[in-house]
Design a protein around this ligand. Structure first.
Ligand SMILES: NC(=O)C1=CN([C@@H]2O[C@H](COP(=O)(O)OP(=O)(O)OC[C@H]3O[C@@H](n4cnc5c(N)ncnc54)[C@H](O)[C@@H]3O)[C@@H](O)[C@H]2O)C=CC1
Ligand SMILES: O=C(O)C(=O)COP(=O)(O)O
Length: 387
């Protein structure tokens, strides 16, 4: 289980069965390599979404009102120039308000890019604050769609509609190289209102900081860019209001994420269930009442005939299958098999199966066979890359 630690390949010994990120983004995990090793990577969708939503609402207000700038002015200018003189400080607090006039968010248009756990919550909160909301998400899941407030938000299929109409744009998409990298770039910015405010509580690389900087420096853009990610081209820029990466840093989000992560991993280790994985197929095989308790979980390359070879082999060793599920995602296939009888020598069966079926990446018996112990690779937990 990890949070923001940047996982290196060397951190992952062959004893690792699964990895769970207490959070949403899995960019700190080498997911592709883990898939090749047959290791499922999980995350905790939605567990920290409310915390991010609240910071996004704060971001809208930081953009619309001179809150940070005004507070900096009080601390660094007024309190310095009028040091110790309360009468003068108090007068300046009144007089200098004219330097930080703002706008209200009610009645303004918010463009939300990415309508998942965070985006959908931002949509509802913004509507409640009287904003008009336009949403964009071309790959929206059915579950996520059900969280949206229907007609009260306008959903568009062309990002240009958001660029043309939004007073505020907030991004809530995962960072995917080649897909969401610089989703907001110079071309996009040229289609935006000049006073658009940008909010990025997703990942820094989704917004092209050099393009934003150039917009500010040439005067084409006059809004602010609020984020909890830094940008090499905007360091210290007065229009880039950066907070530490605080989106998920609330007691509630940390607890939710840790609890969901622990439950997800426990289900996987104890029952083979795969839920909330970013690289493995969702796989749930409810145990039968009269089950012998012997269950085999196999990760293999997704090749034709693989399942047939596995079941034929098991049959030849006297094992009778009571139920099974076989799922796949890309190059990976995953099979969970329950038996009506206990294997006599599970360790030998595992070794032979792995030897006979070269497409198997990892396999493990669980349940009563080994009294729920976890074991080392090479005993009853086999990984092809351990050698
Ligand atoms: N600042 C912070 O502390 C935090 C940042 N995050 C970031 O926010 C992102 C979103 O988090 P959640 O809403 O929880 O994830 P989610 O998976 O529930 O939602 C992401 C949404 O983006 C959509 N999407 C994917 N590709 C897209 C594209 N090319 N264009 C438009 N929409 C696209 C998906 O369909 C999905 O609805 C995470 O991937 C993470 O990078 C998440 C939590 C905390
Ligand atoms: O969940 C995410 O994607 C986040 O960005 C939150 O990250 P953190 O838990 O603060 O490392």
């Amino acid at each position: 289980m990890l949070r923001s630690h940047k996982l290196q390949l060397d951190d992952v010994p062959p004893t690792v069965r699964g990895i769970v990120r207490c959070g949403a983004g899995t960019n700190n995990i080498p997911v592709k390599e883990m898939t090749e090793r047959g290791i499922p990577v999980f995350n905790t969708p939605g567990a920290n979404a409310n915390a991010v939503k609240e910071l996004v609402i704060c971001g809208l207000l930081l953009a619309s009102r001179g809150i940070i700038e005004g507070n900096n002015h009080v601390n660094t200018v007024i309190n310095t120039e009028e040091a110790g003189d309360y009468e003068r400080v108090s007068k300046r607090i009144e007089a200098d308000k004219s330097m930080f006039g703002g706008k209200e968010i009610e009645g303004k248009t918010l463009g939300v890019i990415g309508l998942g756990a965070i985006g959908s919550r931002v949509v509802s909160a913004a509507l409640a604050l009287g904003m008009n909301v336009i949403g964009y998400d071309p790959v929206l899941s059915l579950d996520a769609a059900l969280q949206l407030p229907g007609d009260r938000m306008r959903r568009v299929t062309d990002l240009d509609d958001i660029f043309a109409e939004a007073d505020y744009i907030t991004v809530h998409v995962p960072y995917i190289k080649g897909v969401t990298h610089h989703l907001i770039n110079s071309e996009a910015l040229s289609k935006c209102k000049s006073n658009v405010h940008l909010l990025n509580f997703a990942r820094g690389e989704i917004i092209d900081g050099a393009a934003v900087r150039s917009g500010y420096d040439t005067g084409l853009l006059t809004g602010k860019y609020i984020s909890d990610f830094s940008d090499p081209d905007l360091m210290g820029h007065p229009r880039h209001l950066v907070l530490p990466h605080l989106g998920a840093s609330t007691d509630e989000a940390e607890e939710n994420s840790a609890a969901m992560a622990a439950q997800t991993m426990m289900d996987f280790l104890e029952t083979g269930t795969i839920r909330n994985s970013v690289n493995f197929p969702t796989t749930i095989l409810a145990p039968q009442k009269n089950s012998s308790g012997a269950r085999l979980c196999i990760v293999n390359r997704n090749e034709p005939g693989a399942l047939g070879e596995i079941t034929t082999f098991l049959g030849s060793r006297g094992l009778n299958i009571s139920q099974q599920i076989n799922t796949s995602r890309g190059d990976i296939a995953y099979t969970v098999i329950d038996f009506t009888n206990q294997p006599e020598d599970a360790e030998a069966i595992q070794a032979e199966l792995a030897k006979n079926c070269s497409f198997i990446i990892s396999l493990r018996f669980l349940g009563m066979v080994f009294a729920d112990e976890l074991g080392e690779p090479g005993t009853y937990f086999y990984v092809s890359w351990a050698k």
